[in-house]
Ligand binder design. Structure first.
Ligand SMILES: Cc1ncc(COP(=O)(O)OP(=O)(O)O)c(N)n1
Ligand SMILES: Cc1ncsc1CCOP(=O)(O)O
Ligand SMILES: [Mg+2]
Length: 207
């Protein structure tokens, strides 16, 4: 992972959106508060995913925020994004590293498993993500992470991401236990005031 990227803060994840213009407007309004942006759209076909990822990459370049593509290391490589996030069904971590190169941010979902985090680190992940910590309206997660995972994974020496139903109210305890990045969809994009919500997460970190 390129050392110029921050290693703490708000890790903003896009909501499923079919209209690219409106997605860009919603992201642009809050991007100043984000350390990283992930493009995630579970409802789009390949053509729309490429269009949206490219449009978000242009915005991220203007703002100096890295763009990480969910699920799809090949798309990340094709458009020259800054990284990819892989879950258990999204391909091999070492193969993604070989495709994307050493500079890329490569993240891996570890759910509720420290053992999976150890394996991800050994395979070349730049960060490990645990979750869901709380019930999420964005994704019905079957596995529940607990704060001890954040504590116990400190020895890996990688940024630890917490995800799943995280609000400005429940986030401080996770940061206190060791979360380096708080990954959020609904807590920002479903908020009555998305910018104020994004600021509330960002203010948990001194950058
Ligand atoms: C930062 C971060 N953590 C976890 C996930 C979830 O990945 P995955 O389990 O592959 O599920 P989907 O997001 O693909 O539905 C993530 N995307 N980002
Ligand atoms: C992708 C993902 N993986 C576990 S929970 C989740 C969704 C996170 O979204 P929200 O912040 O709205 O709960
Ligand atoms: Mg996935």
């Amino acid at each position: 992972m390129n050392p110029r990227w921050p290693r703490r803060g708000l890790y903003l994840i896009t909501p499923d959106a079919s209209d690219t213009g409106s997605l860009l407007d919603r992201v642009a309004a809050v991007l100043a508060e984000a350390s990283w942006l992930q493009y995630r759209n579970k409802a789009a076909d390949g053509a729309l995913r490429r269009e949206q990822a490219q449009a978000l990459l242009a915005l991220c370049r203007e703002r100096g925020v890295p763009l990480i593509v969910n699920d799809d290391a090949a798309l990340a490589a094709e458009i020259g994004a800054d990284g990819a996030h892989l879950g258990e069904d999204d391909g091999d971590v070492a193969a993604a590293r070989a495709l994307l190169g050493d500079d890329a941010i490569l993240g891996v979902s570890c759910y509720d498993s420290l053992e999976r985090a150890r394996r991800a680190a050994a395979a070349g992940a730049d960060y490990v993500a645990f979750g869901a910590f709380f019930p999420s309206r964005t994704k019905a997660a079957t596995r529940r992470a607990t704060p001890d995972l954040l504590r116990d994974s400190a020895a890996l020496g990688l940024p630890r991401v917490a995800i799943g139903g995280i609000t400005p109210d429940n986030a401080p305890a996770l940061v206190a236990t060791g979360a380096d990045l708080i990954a959020v969809v609904g807590g920002v994009f479903d908020a009555a005031d998305p910018l104020a919500a994004a600021r509330a997460y960002r203010n948990l970190f001194d950058r």
